[in-house]
Design a binder for this molecule. Structure first.
Ligand SMILES: Cc1cc2nc3c(=O)[nH]c(=O)nc-3n(C[C@H](O)[C@H](O)[C@H](O)COP(=O)(O)O)c2cc1C
Ligand code: SF4
Length: 448
C-alpha cells in the first residue's frame, strides 16, 4: 500500500475544521489533559515524557523528559519556559502550521510543561516575519485567558493552586534569534548574541533565572503523550525517535506542504508518494533532509534512507527541523550553495571570527566558483575554510554554514568541477619546469 493510502495517525494536526478556535478545541477534549496532569505529581509527568521517548523537534533532537529534569527543583527563584517559534531555517515551515491550525494544543502543552517543572511564566517567541501567525497565537492566548484557562483564574477553572502567565513575544526577524541563548538575549531586549555555554539555560537563562527552551512542535506533543500514555507513544514510528513528525517538503516536488507522518518512513516514498514526486518525472539530483544546515544527500544515495534521527545519521546526515528540500536533475548545485551561504553569511551575528570572516570567505569563493572564475584548488580551499569554522564558534550557526559547504562539495564534487577551470596539476607543472634551463645551465650560458 502506498503511503498516501495509509491512514497514519494525525496527532498534532487532526483533520478537524476550525480547531484553532477554543470552542472547537474544547469540544474535542481540549485542555482535559492539563486537567489530567493536575492529578499527577510533577515528577510523574516528567517520567511519562521520558517514557514516551519524545525528542526535541527544534533541530538537536535532545530528549525532552531529560531536559525537563535539569530544571532545578524548589521555588526560591522564578523559573521560565521559552517556546521557540523562531522558525527561520530555510526549508522549515512546520511550526507555522501548528500556530495556524492547532495553537491550543501548544498552549495546553505549555501548561503541562509549566506544571511539571514548577514554572509560572512562559514566553512564546515567534519569528518576526510571522505577523499573521503572531496575531493568531495572540488571539488564542487571549481567548484562553478570557475563558479562565490561563492566568490567576485557572485555579478556579481547574482547581489546585497552580497558575501560569503566558506572554506572546514577536521576534526580531533574525535567524540567529532561534538559537536558544540568543533568543534569551532578544527576549531581554538585548542584541541577540548567542551566549557562551556553560552556564546552560536550565541554571542561568532569561533574566539570569532557570529556563527551559522547547520548540513549538515539541510542546504540542505533550498533551498527546498524556492522552495516549508514554508507553503507547513510544511505539509510534522509529524506536529511538518515536512519534509523528511534521515534515515540511519543498523544492522540486508536485505537492509541497507539511505532512504529519510517523517517524522512520522511507525518505524516497515520502518524496515520490506523499509529495507527488518530481515535476516532469525528472530525476532527483540531491535532497537536503532537515533544513538547509543539514548535510545534503545525493539523489543516487536515497534508496533505503529512513526519515528519523538514526536513519538520517546512518545516511551521513541529520533530521534537523524535518524540512525536506528536493532538487531535480537540472539544479545548479554550486549556485544553490552560493545562495545558501549568502544567507548564513548575512545571518552571522559577527561575534566569533571563524564564523564572521569564514562565512564571508565562503561566499566570496563560492561566487568565484559560480561565475566560472575559480579553479579546482578553490574547492579544496572551501572545504578547508569550512573545516576551520566547524567546532570553533560560540554557537552552531558556524556548523550551519560549514556543513552544507563541506558535504555539498565532497558529495557532489563533479557539479563544482564542471564550473571551475582546471588547476595545473603537479606533473604538468613539473614538465613545464623541466623544459626551462636549470639554474646551473642558465649560469653557464651567461658566463659563456
Ligand atoms: C542558528 C540556530 C537557529 C536555531 N533556530 C531554531 C528555531 O527557529 N526553532 C527552534 O525550535 N530551534 C532552533 N534552534 C535550536 C535551539 O537552539 C534549541 O536547541 C531548541 O529550541 C530546543 O528545543 P527542543 O529541545 O524542543 O528541540 C536553532 C539553533 C541554532 C544554532
Ligand atoms: S557562530 Fe556565528 S552566529 Fe554563532 S555566535 Fe559565533 S558569529 Fe554569532
Amino acid at each position: 500500500m502506498s503511503l498516501s493510502e495509509q491512514n497514519f495517525p494525525k496527532l498534532i494536526i487532526p483533520p478537524i475544521e476550525n480547531l484553532h478556535r477554543l470552542d472547537v478545541y474544547r469540544a474535542n477534549g481540549g485542555y482535559e489533559m492539563y486537567r489530567k496532569a493536575l492529578t499527577m505529581q510533577p515528577g510523574e509527568i516528567i517520567d511519562e515524557v521520558k517514557r514516551s521517548g519524545l525528542r526535541g523537534r527544534g533541530g538537536a533532537c535532545f530528549p525532552t523528559g531529560l531536559k525537563w529534569s535539569f530544571m532545578p527543583k524548589g521555588n526560591d527563584k522564578p523559573k521560565y519556559l521559552c517556546i521557540n517559534g523562531d522558525e527561520s531555517e530555510p526549508g522549515s515551515f512546520k511550526d507555522r502550521l501548528i500556530f495556524e491550525a492547532n495553537p491550543h494544543l501548544m498552549i495546553e502543552g505549555i501548561l503541562i510543561a509549566g506544571y511539571a517543572m514548577g514554572i509560572h511564566t512562559a514566553f512564546i517567541y515567534i519569528r518576526g516575519e510571522y505577523h499573521r501567525w503572531v496575531r493568531i497565537v495572540e488571539e488564542a492566548v487571549e481567548e484562553a485567558y478570557a475563558a479562565g484557562l490561563i492566568g490567576p483564574r485557572m485555579k478556579e477553572t481547574f482547581g489546585g493552586s497552580y497558575s501560569m502567565e503566558i506572554v506572546v513575544h514577536k521576534g526580531a526577524g533574525a535567524y540567529i534569534c532561534g538559537e536558544e541563548t540568543s533568543l534569551l538575549n532578544s527576549l531581554e531586549g538585548d542584541r541577540p548574541y548567542p551566549r557562551v555555554k556553560p552556564p546552560f539555560p536550565a541554571n542561568v537563562g532569561v533574566y539570569g533565572m532557570p529556563t527551559t527552551i522547547n520548540n513549538v512542535e515539541t510542546l504540542a506533543n505533550v498533551p498527546v503523550i498524556l492522552r495516549m500514555g508514554g508507553e503507547a507513544y513510544s511505539k509510534i514510528g522509529a524506536e529511538k525517535h518515536p512519534g509523528t513528525l511534521l515534515l515540511g517538503i519543498s523544492g522540486h516536488v508536485n505537492r509541497p506542504g507539511v505532512y504529519e507522518v510517523p517517524s522512520g518512513l522511507p525518505l524516497l516514498d515520502i518524496i515520490n508518494d506523499l509529495a507527488g514526486g518530481v515535476p516532469g518525472g525528472k530525476a532527483i539530483k540531491a535532497v537536503i533532509p532537515g533544513g538547509t544546515s543539514m548535510p545534503i544527500i545525493r539523489g543516487d544515495a536515497l534508496e533505503g534512507v529512513m526519515m528519523d534521527a538514526e536513519g538520517l545519521k546512518a545516511a551521513g546526515s541529520a533530521i534537523g527541523t524535518g524540512g525536506i528540500i528536493v532538487m531535480d536533475e537540472d539544479t545548479d548545485i554550486p549556485h544553490m550553495l552560493r545562495r545558501l551561504i549568502h544567507f548564513y553569511h548575512h545571518e552571522s551575528c559577527g561575534q566569533c571570527t571563524p564564523c564572521r570572516e569564514g562565512c564571508g570567505w565562503l561566499e566570496k569563493v563560492l561566487t568565484r566558483v559560480d561565475t566560472g572564475e575559480a579553479t579546482s584548488e578553490d574547492l579544496d580551499l572551501l572545504v578547508d575554510i569550512a573545516n576551520n569554522i566547524e567546532g570553533n564558534t560560540i554557537c552552531a550557526l558556524g556548523e550551519a554554514a560549514a556543513w552544507p559547504t563541506r558535504f555539498t562539495i565532497t558529495r557532489l564534487r563533479e557539479e563544482f568541477e564542471a564550473k571551475v577551470k582546471p588547476t595545473l596539476s603537479l606533473p604538468v607543472l613539473n614538465r613545464v619546469h623541466s623544459l626551462r634551463p636549470s639554474a646551473h645551465e642558465e649560469a653557464a650560458a651567461v658566463s659563456n
